[in-house]
Design a protein around this ligand. Sequence first.
Ligand SMILES: Cc1ncc(COP(=O)(O)O)c(C=O)c1O
Length: 401
Amino acid sequence: MKKIKIRFGTIIITEKTKRLITKLLDETRISQGKLTKKFEEKFAQTLGVKEAVAVSSGTDAITLALAVLYDYGAKRGNEVIVPALSFVSTGAAILHAGFKPVFVDIKRETLNIDTSKIEEAITENTIAILPVHLMGKAAEMDTILEIAQKYNLKVIEDTAEGYGTLYKGKPAGTFGDMGTFSTYIAHMITTGEGGIVITNNEEYANILRSLRAHGRACNCKVCVLSTASNYCPKRFRYESDVRFLFERVGFSSKMNELEAAIGLGSLELYEEILQKRLKNFWYLHNALKEFKDYFYLPKEEKYERIGPHAFPIILKENVKFSRDEMMQFLEEKGIETRTLFSSMPTQCPAFKFMGYKLGDFPEAEYVGNNGLHIGIHQDLKKEDLDYVVDIIREFLMMHGG
Ligand SMILES: Cc1ncc(COP(=O)(O)O)c(C=O)c1O
């Protein structure tokens, strides 16, 4: 069989993007400005929300969304409830924001937080729940919102993998107080590196704009668009220069114009990208059913649409091979693979200092040991997906299939 390179992600650079970037370079005006604003507006429109604030990564999107809560009385060291299984940065962002992650196990079938275990994790220090729509599978938002309301908690949705995810007809990321996205190359709408926070709350959006610019007090157009070379009549409206007054412990987390130009091109093709990825997801799903004795495959419920971020595969208990053996075989054959992350508190060395022990999160740990995921992006064709299936079949034949 001829070897084919199957990449995990892809990036679209449209003609429009090229034109915009050439103009930016000619004008030597590339730090956050008008295009970033346009990208934010278009992104918000795509999801039907009022506000979007672009930042420099999906991790910062979570961190800054959490940091907004200081304006509403949160204290350093307050607790945020989060699933044990996610990409490492979901947990890290909580620490970056100055809060403490409190981990809750997941359900293996959904890869999402086990909502029946949330209430027992709530203490008087809890301020928020941070569900993750992992692998495009919607978290159980009805239950999460109910619990949040009962205990007066904020909800911030990590939607980095949930573009195109629908839950009861509504897009993931729009249920809580804020939704966060990554626009890194592995994701559906990409800017190369970047992230974005969405919300219907204008006040949150203004705080986010301040937080991404070092906690700047002024949120007038000149300051927000970083057009500092323009004269700003509002700058000296108080006794000191308001542009250099910092009223929050902020971050340096802006998206630049080159990134926004890439994102604008990508957004124009949103529907096309979504449909191609959905097609690839279900083609692979259908083909891999053949191997259902070996793998747990994603399951879509009637009330949802799985967002086509990637394709997760979890090895069943009785298989005679390891996840790493399978990943190595696929990689040798040119198919890029990723693990299905790990239980942050017990399998990720970075969180060792928190004192959790192996066995505390059995479901997350099972996926951490037995899960992998592969790309289904818009540039993959039927032949590519057939190749993936053939290589998996070849691997299974070698391992008693
Ligand atoms: C679930 C999840 N959260 C957060 C992130 C962080 O995004 P970024 O890499 O843009 O910081 C990712 C990144 O891939 C992710 O998959």
